[in-house]
Design a protein around this ligand. Structure first.
Ligand code: BES
Ligand code: MN
Ligand code: MN
Length: 463
């Protein structure tokens, strides 16, 4: 496949411009004001799959945003790779922290991306990474290098919990039948340290509401004599961690998979600089659960974090008031074997049980999903490893990620195949944050590496 590099350099500008066009559409799934843009993006993906050589493409309706399905079946005796990605993006706010508008992509150089990086919402998560697969497909079909069957399933609701995709998968097991699932929606350690993501954390996301008096009160006339919901809520939240930063919810850790010392020693071999980590975030110390390293804290250990908290007066100046209500959004990242629905129930009963007299507490679960781990001796992992060796000249390091793609465990359960996570983003790409970007080098390296996965997977499967 020596001509992949020349194919890329020949079509470089077009490959880049097509992605820039895709990034201009604000496909924000969380905000219904962007409904038409999300729908339009699905159509653009459909056209791109047809142009890339799929024989059959459809925009499949769901109760929410559609799923774009495409396929090219060359021989039913050959293996089938199912590619998953998402065309929706996170809301871009806070807008004033962006150096350029989120849906007007620009290319700028950064310290880590001297070849340039594309700045736009969705550049890395996941339009840029998903589109690498479309362009790799174009190369393989146009150059007669496609060694096996391909199916694409690109959804528009990943950032809001993939609920309708779950329904679609359960209803279309036969159509989606495959030998391996391939996803680029994670990251790698560094440009010169390729890695394959072997784990994802699960998630339980809840919203809590604390109600005190039936109306907002004068904080002088009533202060000190009634429960202040904000004081109470913050106290309750603070009690969810002990002095060692262990989570205090009873039975929260019961099912947590404990890694052996050997496995932890293996993990610690991955290159990591605590100094560089602190410097990049401008913090003077890291913080977290006692007895675990930073990389353990953000991958193999569960967490509980407040994602937002509000209530009372937050406008200009001062207003002396005791609010009637206080709210918070809380996420718990879970590790394999923890069941997200069980954890949601444990949280709910505990949180209700610690509320003092004088307030009412309401816990509303949002979405969630199970964690995922994949072995490194599967054919898919081996094929991916060989693909990276080919294009990076190095064996990739298996690495568990702290992020979540809840649908992956459902894929394994319903479709009975392993998922291989070939991510090409960097932690510093600022996904979900202002100034999200994706390195141009990473984009083309992904396009270059993906066809080798198909080649080696087909070879290993036919052995
Ligand atoms: N692509 C991310 C997940 C990710 C990023 C995993 C980097 C590993 C490394 C995905 O789009 C995402 O943001 N997932 C959400 C969960 C979802 C239910 C909203 C997350 O992890 O917060
Ligand atoms: Mn994503
Ligand atoms: Mn995301």
């Amino acid at each position: 496949m020596s001509n992949i590099q020349s194919y890329i350099s020949e079509h470089k500008d077009r490959f880049l411009n097509e992605l820039l066009e895709l990034l201009k559409i604000p496909s924000i799934s969380a905000d219904s004001a962007y409904k038409n843009d999300v729908l339009k993006t699905a159509d653009v993906i459909k056209d791109s799959l047809l142009k890339a050589g799929c024989d059959h493409v459809e925009v499949c309706k769901t109760d929410g945003y559609p799923i774009v399905y495409g396929e090219k079946i060359i021989d039913s005796n050959l293996p089938t790779v199912l590619v998953y990605g998402h065309y929706d993006v996170q809301p871009p706010d806070p807008l004033d922290l962006w150096d350029s508008p989120p849906f007007e992509p620009v290319i700028k150089n950064t310290e880590l991306h001297p070849e340039g990086a594309i700045f736009a919402r969705g550049a890395c998560d996941d339009k840029g990474q998903m589109y690498m697969h479309v362009k790799a497909m174009e190369f393989m079909t146009s150059q007669d290098e496609l060694p096996c069957n391909v199916k694409f399933m690109i959804e528009g609701e990943e950032e809001v919990g993939s609920e309708n995709l779950g329904v679609f998968v359960k209803a279309n097991r036969e159509k989606l039948k495959n030998d391996v699932i391939l996803i680029s929606d994670t990251g790698m350690i560094a440009k010169d340290v390729p890695s394959i993501t072997t784990g994802l954390r699960g998630l339980s996301y809840v919203e809590v509401e604390v109600t005190g008096p039936n109306r907002d009160l004068h904080s002088g006339l009533y202060g000190g004599a009634v429960a202040n919901p904000i004081n109470i809520l913050t106290k309750m939240i603070a009690s969810l961690h002990d002095e060692n930063n262990h989570i205090t919810i009873p039975r929260f850790y019961d099912k947590v998979e404990n890694l052996s010392n050997d496995e932890r020693a293996e993990m610690a071999k991955a290159p990591f600089s605590l100094e560089a980590y602190k410097k990049a975030l401008d913090i003077d110390a890291v913080y977290g659960e006692e007895s675990y390293t930073t990389n353990e804290r953000n991958s193999i250990r569960p967490t509980l974090d407040v994602n937002g908290i509000w209530g009372g007066y937050t406008g200009e100046g001062a207003k002396t008031v005791i609010a009637s209500k206080a709210y918070a959004k809380i996420s718990m990242r879970l590790v394999p074997n923890q069941d997200w629905e069980e954890i949601t129930d444990l949280f709910k009963s505990h949180f209700e049980s610690i509320a003092p007299k004088g307030v009412k507490v309401k816990v509303t679960p949002h979405h969630g999903g199970q964690g995922y781990v994949t072995p490194i001796d599967s054919l898919g992992y081996k094929a991916a490893s060989k693909a990276y060796e080919q294009t990076f000249g190095k064996t990739p390091i298996p690495q568990r990620s702290g992020g979540s793609i809840p649908i992956v465990s459902l894929f394994e359960q319903e479709l009975e195949s392993k998922t291989i996570l070939m991510g090409f983003g960097l932690d510093s790409d600022a996904i979900h944050s202002p100034n999200e970007h994706f390195g141009i080098w990473n984009y083309f390296k992904g396009i270059e590496t993906i066809p080798y996965f198909y080649k080696y997977f087909t070879e290993l499967k036919n052995k």
